[in-house]
Design a protein around this ligand. Structure first.
Ligand SMILES: C[S@@+](CC[C@H](N)C(=O)[O-])C[C@H]1O[C@@H](n2cnc3c(N)ncnc32)[C@H](O)[C@@H]1O
Ligand SMILES: [Zn+2]
Length: 402
């Protein structure tokens, strides 16, 4: 194999693939080697790919026939090759990347895994690639958009190349704009303001979902979010698309704003596109800050999560990592919980008390008659329908304060 840069064979999931030898591109302890290598491979995104395998298998079980799928920004091809090997019921798989060296590695990895009859590689711009599949009989059942930064530039063409009832997966790695560090950039890229709150990772997912809903509505397409997750490094969303003006209108009813009080932790979610609210906090009278417009509706579907969990029980998915298992279980638990979450450490910091065990806070909130669940978004986070004042009361009582 004639590559003019150091490579190595790695095993991820059930695939063996060649990737750039990342150590050769690291220039110091804190250097981020995947971005320096001539072809992209990030071992840290394995959990994201593990979850993608589970989501695609769950979707295939729902549809019940062979699926045609595409990854227009495929890097070294590890994701698509894992789909081919690990997901049952796939037909043709199309992997594309604009980078010539990535294309060469993809071709090599297809041969290495003996998949030349099922996987087709191409080397062009992702939007151009998707445009070739926009005609009704050519569209895909599943498209995975996994770019550097924002997926917004690819949303239109992905929606146009997706069949009615298809599944779209989107990754966003531009977390600084999405998490409120650059709210104006979020407005430009995603059509809504972000906000630097303790639950900014959820705002990131909701801005991404809102942008997708607005983009889809232009084509009379409605969207339903079936799974989503986020860490410090990325937000990831899985959405089913449904053709029809009514379906698009229904999606837009799920758009709105989240209002937040930075003084007393109060927050409100409003399902309306016009912000005709008096912007003061009903608890403490402070001025509320707004995030949005963004997606207020559900960002995961419990039934879809259950299917993903059932897949995990099969021997075939023994190799799926513990982090993916943990995320699927938590996302299922929080699927129908209210928008936003409280980070207990932040409340404790503010009132100057030691942090109580998360489980005790959850139990006490439940004893008061409210719902309370953990969240995958934050290890010390709680989703609850209790008002901020009740959460603070519980934390104070657990610290022995009145
Ligand atoms: C984050 S990497 C993809 C990683 C891959 N999906 C995985 O799971 O390992 C993004 C890829 O997009 C490619 N890319 C960037 N701009 C593109 C464009 N306009 N069209 C097609 N590919 C593009 C880059 O060459 C890079 O390989
Ligand atoms: Zn307030």
């Amino acid at each position: 194999m004639g590559f003019d840069f150091p490579i190595e064979v790695i095993c991820e999931g059930m695939a063996n693939v060649i990737v750039p030898k990342l150590e050769a591109f690291r220039r110091g302890v804190w250097d981020y080697a995947p971005s320096k290598a001539p072809v992209f491979y990030n071992p840290l995104m394995r959990t994201c790919r593990d979850i993608a395998v589970l989501a695609l298998q769950s979707y295939q079980r729902i549809v019940g026939r062979d699926l045609s799928i595409a990854e227009p920004l495929a890097g070294c091809g590890v994701r698509g090759i894992r789909f081919a090997i690990e997901v049952e019921g796939l037909g043709s798989i199309y992997l594309n990347d604009i980078n010539e060296k990535a294309y060469a590695i993809i071709q090599h990895n297809i041969q290495l895994n003996d998949l030349t009859s099922r996987i087709f590689a191409s080397n062009e711009d992702a939007n151009l690639f998707l445009a070739r599949y926009a005609a009704p009989k050519k569209r895909f059942d599943f498209i995975d958009i996994d770019p550097f930064g924002s997926p917004a530039p690819y949303m239109d063409s992905a929606l146009r190349a997706l069949r009615n009832g298809g599944l779209l997966a989107l990754t966003a790695t531009d977390m600084a704009p999405l998490c409120g560090v650059y709210p104006r950039v979020a407005l430009r890229k995603y059509g809504g303001f972000s906000l630097r709150t303790e639950y900014c990772h959820e705002i990131a997912v909701r801005l991404l979902a809102g942008c997708l809903a607005m983009t889809a509505a232009k084509y009379n397409i409605g969207v339903k979010m079936v799974f989503s997750h986020s860490t410090d490094h990325y937000a990831r969303l899985y959405a089913l698309v449904n053709y029809g003006a009514k379906s698009a209108d229904k999606s837009l009813e799920e758009m709105g704003y989240i209002l937040h009080c930075f003084k007393c932790f109060h927050r409100e979610a409003h399902r309306e596109m016009i912000l005709a609210h008096n912007m003061t906090c009903c608890e403490c009278g402070s001025i509320l800050k707004a995030a949005g417009p963004l997606w207020i509706g559900e960002i995961a579907d419990k039934n879809f999560c259950t299917l993903m969990e059932e897949n995990l029980k099969s021997l075939k998915y023994e190799h799926i990592g513990s982090e993916a298992r943990r995320i699927v279980s938590l996302v299922k638990e929080e699927a129908d919980a209210p928008a936003t979450y409280y980070v207990i450490d932040k409340i404790c910091d503010r009132i100057g008390v030691p942090t109580p065990p998360l489980k005790e806070v959850i139990d006490h909130i439940r004893e008061m008659g409210f719902r309370a669940v953990r969240t995958h978004f934050h290890g010390r986070g709680i989703k609850t329908d209790a008002p901020a004042s009740a959460v603070i009361k519980v934390v104070r009582e657990l610290a022995g304060l009145k």
